[in-house]
Structure formats: structure tokens, C-alpha cells
Ligand binder design. Sequence first.
Ligand SMILES: [Zn+2]
Length: 100
Amino acid sequence: MSGGWEGSNRRNELPPNWHTVIRPAVLQRDEYRCRNRIDGYVCGRRANQVDHIGDKHDHRIEMLQALCEDCHNRKSSRQGNEARWAVKMRRPAERHPGLL
Ligand SMILES: [Zn+2]
């Protein structure tokens, strides 16, 4: 009964009580409302996702927040972009033939 993206290897990164304890606890604490801020305003739509605020391996409840599906997808894809950028930035610097 979960979203499609949850089905794959990502589940391996989550603690065993994620779906039974942690995730419901975060959603309840945030009253099932999306805590994402868009231009300074809290989104507030019905949340059905739980997002890692910091490190994705940090599963403490205070390091998690409820998100609606839209915001979660947007955040995931933005992280993907940042990761792609990071890879680009780590590439060896190109030679600058004109530089002294
Ligand atoms: Zn939202």
C-alpha cells in the first residue's frame, strides 16, 4: 500500500521499525500536514511521506519531517540534481590553455 518509489533497494537503508513505529510517529507529530516551506509559507497539505531533514541515515524523529507527495517528489528530484552537480564538480579540472 505504499508509493512506488519505496519498493526497491531504498528500503534497505531504513531501520526495521521504520514503517511500524518511526514513520507513523513523525506523521502524527506533524499532524499529517506537509512541513515543507515554499517561499516562507508552510505547505500544509496532507502529508503521506516522511523525509529526512539531514542525513538520510539519521532516523531520529527530530531529524524527520512529514511531507506531502508533491513536495517529497520535488525534494527527491532536487537532491538528484545536486548529486549530479556534485559529480560534475568532482571531475578533474579541465585544462585552461590560455591561463598562465
Ligand atoms: Zn507539501
